[in-house]
Design a binder for this molecule. Structure first.
Ligand code: FEO
Length: 405
């Protein structure tokens, strides 16, 4: 693919990664992901962020750079906003091709260049508010720590109004030949919105307080274009993705969309029978819901649904005196990703004995959830139990609508 012009002398250079590999070794990317770099030409030539040589990324980036008349060996400054290897994995190869380029990052970033990649020469630490005059334009650095790693910063090009914030405002989903927000129709935007939420929930959600700080810090800039390191480049409506990320960050506090994520597993259908009654109750109250079965559906989508919704139904059988193991894994991920402040109904069947309750309560101890009274039953639910389950589903739905904590 060719470089795409963002503004005079500013280009988006991206590689689409389409692979069965998992992002971060955990998260499926069936729709691919883009690794975006940015070329800025002044009297000096700058590349903002690098890439991991994943599939054929180095060839894709080399081709795009060449379309803008630049080779890796001609880069004067390589700016590394964030050292996670999806943006830096090719650093040693870059250094071999270009021993003279100055590599700029925050002090923490420079430490990672040394420790991760064993590169010691040509490094320069920058700090918040520092500028780089590249002849004809000046770039400014803003530290935005923990969006996504502690060393992260953003670059601002005042001449074009382009902000390069690395992972912030990013998304899963390959791009193809189009990169700008005004090149996608609303149906495509809906797809990328779902992928940006999944990306946020999977990768960034633990750092939401830092996302809010970064948005506040960068709000004073007259941003004409948001150019993240993954996904769409926002030149027509940059506030659309900024607003979306603001909403995602706010979900971390608890109240989110007035919807319910139903997450369930069932061994022989008894928990599913009870769940169907709960869903009837939710439907009677008219609250939107999604369903994800575990372990059939990957935790990546389970996490995205749970992050977006104010309410959760967790339906699982007892398994060997404890929680259904796939649900135990989901709850461990929820704890690690700080899925706080939800309204939750837990239900499930048991065979010869219960036992999920104790392990469940330990698992959610840190999550600050509000619980609708749980219901467990032996084997197939009775008619009375089904009525009770329907009532509990309706109770959860009303709690979600009320929005009260
Ligand atoms: Fe896209 Fe945190 O790296």
């Amino acid at each position: 693919m060719n470089a795409r012009i963002i503004a005079d002398s500013v280009y988006c250079i991206h590689a689409d990664i389409e692979t069965g590999d998992l992002f971060e070794g955990i998260w499926p990317i069936p729709n691919g992901v883009s690794l975006n770099c940015y070329l800025i030409k002044g009297e000096k030539t700058v590349l903002v962020d690098l890439f991991r040589d994943w599939t054929d990324a180095s060839q894709q980036v080399e081709t795009a750079l060449a379309s803008a008349g630049v080779y890796f060996s001609q880069i004067d400054y390589l700016i590394l906003n964030h050292l996670e290897p999806d943006h830096t994995g090719w650093l040693r190869e870059f250094r071999e091709l270009n021993p003279k380029a100055r590599i700029l990052s925050t002090a923490r970033g420079i430490n990672l260049v040394k420790s991760f990649y064993k590169i010691e020469d040509g490094l320069e630490a920058v700090k918040d508010g520092d500028t780089l005059d590249i002849g004809g334009r000046t770039l400014t650095f803003y530290e935005i720590p923990n969006v996504h790693w502690p060393e992260t910063m953003a670059v601002w090009d005042a001449a074009s109004g382009a902000l390069f914030p690395c992972d912030a405002f990013g998304s899963f989903g390959a791009l193809g030949d189009r990169v700008f927000d005004d090149e996608f129709n609303e149906k495509e935007h809906a797809f990328y919105e779902a992928e940006s939420l999944r990306y946020y929930a999977n990768i960034v959600s633990s750092f939401s307080i830092f996302v809010e700080r970064a948005i506040q810090k960068l709000a004073a800039l007259p941003i004409a274009c948001v150019a993240p390191s993954h996904g769409i480049v926002w030149r027509k409506d940059p506030q659309r993705i900024i607003g979306r990320y603001g909403a995602y960050a706010a979900y971390a506090k608890g109240p989110a969309e007035k919807e319910i994520a139903v997450i369930w597993g069932s061994m022989y259908g008894n928990t599913k029978t009870g769940l169907d009654a709960v869903i009837r109750g939710i439907e009677k109250e008219g609250v939107p819901y999604t369903t994800r079965r575990v372990p059939d559906e990957n935790v990546s989508w389970v996490l995205a649904d749970a992050y977006r919704c104010s309410g959760l139904v967790l339906a699982m059988p007892t398994y060997e005196y404890a929680m259904f193991p796939p649900m135990a894994y989901v709850l461990d991920i929820f704890r690690r990703k700080h899925i706080h402040g939800k309204k939750v109904l837990r239900i499930g069947s048991w065979g010869w004995a219960g036992g999920a309750k104790k392990e469940y309560e330990q698992a959610i101890e840190s999550l600050k959830w509000t619980s609708v009274e749980s219901l467990e039953w032996a084997g197939r639910p009775t008619e009375d139990e089904l009525k009770l389950l329907e009532a509990r589903g309706a109770e959860l739905a009303r709690a979600v609508i009320s929005g009260e904590q």
